[in-house]
Design a protein around this ligand. Structure first.
Ligand code: AHM
Ligand code: MG
Length: 340
């Protein structure tokens, strides 16, 4: 039996259905989501062929973050930028791979501004481990001009966010503010079909996702937080286990579905986190909150944090609300460099 017969609802049908909840909507948001789905399919096709064609390895360039650019990073970035530019839905974009705001020429300019990480999990590209694309959507502020103030806004001002994971299947997860829904790409028809509706993140932490090798460089609150959570296990019952892929987007996807706490705290040596606020932390924090979870940088909710630059980095604790609150209590007790 085909997926279409099993699940029926396509991504386009779903976003058009959601439009009914936004009186006055002109259909541009639905068009944008549909185009993001198209970009996801194109990137997925390239990822699936990696190794067969010459897309593994580095380009020899270093990006604005000081990181080596992989060929697939570049392909994913160019694909996302081009599809969104031509969509007629976007006024400007910000990408992990581009130093400055990416303008869209007036002939194509639309109602939204989009920040994205075109290919998260770069270190996993060449070893065929899950990677993904993360995106955040804001409404433009002014009809006649667009600038940095359209994107340097707290995550709460988003109107939509989501991600695509190129894993054992290609899945697209998004929310326009009401529910978090998941679609799976059917390779035979080339369509995304709704496979999980109104996802709720489980209340209990089942998995810990953290690169524990960094523990010596993390603030004092991290060790006691990990010990408290691991202490829930006893010889007879394993309540918590470790799962860490090293691709934030894939770690988050598993944690969203099964209940997992992801942490990438501030590094004591630099006083800053690794993950970028605009296109990594914010979109996932938006999905986590709508699904019943939480996301904090220590001083408060990720979504309330005011960015000052396109590539700002932040500490991140994201997962079941009760354990994000536990981490915050530990930070209050032991201190955290980002809070001063
Ligand atoms: P990237 O966007 O260049 O791939 O960097 C972000 C990635 C995250 O996906 C992941 O959680 C983190 O970097 C892993 O970093 P580390 O190797 O320091 O644990
Ligand atoms: Mg990334």
């Amino acid at each position: 039996m085909s997926l279409a017969a099993d699940f029926g609802v396509t991504l386009t049908q779903h976003v058009l259905g959601n439009q009914a909840h936004h009186p006055g909507a002109r259909g541009r948001f639905s068009a944008l989501l549909t185009q993001i789905g198209v970009a996801g399919k194109l990137i997925s096709a390239q990822v699936r062929r990696a190794g067969l064609i010459e897309v593994w390895g580095g380009t020899g360039e270093t990006n604005v973050q000081g990181e080596k650019v992989q060929k697939l990073d570049r392909i994913a970035n160019d694909t996302f930028v081009e599809v969104l530019r031509r969509s007629g839905c976007v006024a400007a974009m910000a990408s992990e791979e581009e130093d400055a705001l990416i303008p869209v020429e007036p002939a194509f300019s639309g109602d939204y501004v989009v920040a994205f990480d075109p290919l998260d999990g770069s270190s996993n590209i060449d070893v065929s481990v899950s990677i993904g694309t993360i995106f955040a959507i804001y409404p433009r502020r002014h009809p006649d001009r667009v600038g940095l103030d359209d994107i340097l806004r707290p995550g709460r001002e988003m109107v939509g966010a989501g991600y695509i994971v190129y894993g054992s299947a290609t899945v697209l997860v998004y929310s326009a503010g009401r529910t978090v829904d998941c679609f799976t790409l059917d390779p035979s028809s080339g369509e995304f079909f709704l496979t999980r509706r109104a996802i709720r993140m489980p209340d209990r932490t089942k998995y810990l996702s953290i690169n524990e090798c960094n523990l010596p460089y993390w603030p004092d609150w991290v060790g006691p937080t990990l010990s408290a959570i691991k202490g829930r296990n006893d010889p007879d019952v394993r309540r918590v286990s470790a799962r860490h892929i090293g691709s934030l987007v894939a770690d988050f996807h598993r944690n969203l579905l099964t209940g997992g706490l992801f942490m990438y705290p501030v590094d004591r040596r630099t006083g800053r986190g690794k993950l970028r606020l605009l296109y990594e932390c914010n979109p996932l924090a938006w999905l986590a909150e709508i699904a019943g979870g939480a996301a904090s940088w220590g001083g408060g909710a990720i979504l309330d944090r005011q960015p000052t630059g396109l590539h700002d980095r932040s500490g991140l604790v994201i997962g079941p609300a009760e354990d994000v609150a536990l981490a915050r209590r530990m930070m209050a007790t032991h201190g955290d460099p980002e809070q001063g």
